[in-house]
Design a protein around this ligand. Structure first.
Ligand code: C2E
Ligand code: MG
Ligand code: MG
Length: 256
């Protein structure tokens, strides 16, 4: 990260990656914990680098945010994910249609016309109302509380779901829950990973779920890695689970 020269190379490579379609979207299943049925997916960006192979977002997203390239990457992920969602909903009609959740960074929310992009994509792909969801973290709200609130309110009116991602890891979670029109709360995996003997972690997890439910939110537990955790979360009436035990991120082809 400190190596300027390396950063410059990476930056130009990333620019080219967008043009060469090396940016891919993978989909991690999210299950309903009551019956372990598939409920939807989270769209996760990957860079299929010609030499380095498949790169996780942590290796390029902060650069993408600093340089503004996240705007193009984010738009590509949104378009791709909504396109796939439309295809899956038409190919596999279900009483409870599946959803896809797309991560958006604060740069995208504040510096692009995300509302217009979302409106267009919903119309073009014909996805069912409330099945496209956006995941935002609290840093967005921390930085631009009022504008963020206005924009998120518009998404709600458009019938787009809103999830508060990585809940419990930031500084302003509680005030953002009070002010913003979230319908889903994703509990950070650090609260799920703690072992069952850790009473304090258990109390916190239980309280987060109870609070979320009292606020009328769906709860998604992140980082579910064992049957034991599924059982424990089921006892706590947690709605959804996501994690390696339920399924790893898949390509669109693997999903179908
Ligand atoms: P996130 O939104 O919290 O996504 C969940 C991350 O946890 C994913 O990492 C996923 O692969 C990982 N994960 C899932 N199940 C497990 C598990 O059982 N155990 C463990 N240890 N990890 C698990 P990934 O794909 O590396 O993404 C990291 C972060 O990058 C995401 O965290 C999200 O904040 C961001 N991100 C991913 N795609 C996008 C995107 O298209 N746009 C933006 N702005 N951010 C993205
Ligand atoms: Mg997420
Ligand atoms: Mg998360």
């Amino acid at each position: 990260r400190d190596d300027r020269a390396e950063l410059v190379i990476l930056e130009s490579e990333l620019r080219r990656a967008i043009e060469r379609n090396e940016i891919e979207v993978h989909y991690q299943p999210i299950a309903s914990l009551a019956d372990m049925n598939l409920a939807g997916f989270e769209a996760l960006v990957r860079w299929n680098h010609p030499v380095l192979g498949l790169l996780a977002p942590e290796s390029f997203l902060s650069l993408a945010e600093q340089t503004g390239m996240i705007k193009d990457i984010g738009r590509a992920v949104l378009n791709e994910a909504a396109h796939q969602l439309g295809i899956w909903q038409r190919s596999f009609p279900l009483p409870q249609p599946i959803f896809v959740a797309v991560n958006v960074s604060s740069v995208q929310v504040m510096e692009t016309d995300l509302i217009d992009d979302v409106k267009q994509v919903l119309h073009r792909e014909g996805v069912i109302r409330q099945t496209l969801k956006l995941e935002v973290t609290e840093s967005l709200v921390m930085q631009y509380p009022e504008r963020a609130q206005q924009i998120l309110e518009r998404f709600r009116e458009l019938g787009v779901g809103l999830a508060c991602d990585d809940f419990g890891t930031g500084y302003s979670s509680l005030s953002s829950l009070r002010k913003l029109p979230f319908d889903t709360l994703k509990v950070d995996r650090s609260f799920i990973a703690a072992d069952a003997q850790d009473n304090r972690a258990e109390v916190i997890l239980e309280s987060i779920i109870a609070m979320g439910h009292a606020l009328g939110l769906f709860i998604v537990a992140e980082g579910v890695e064992s049957q034991d955790q599924v059982d424990r979360l089921g006892e706590l009436a947690c709605d959804f689970g996501q994690g390696y035990f339920i399924g790893r991120p898949l390509t669109a082809k693997q999903v179908s």
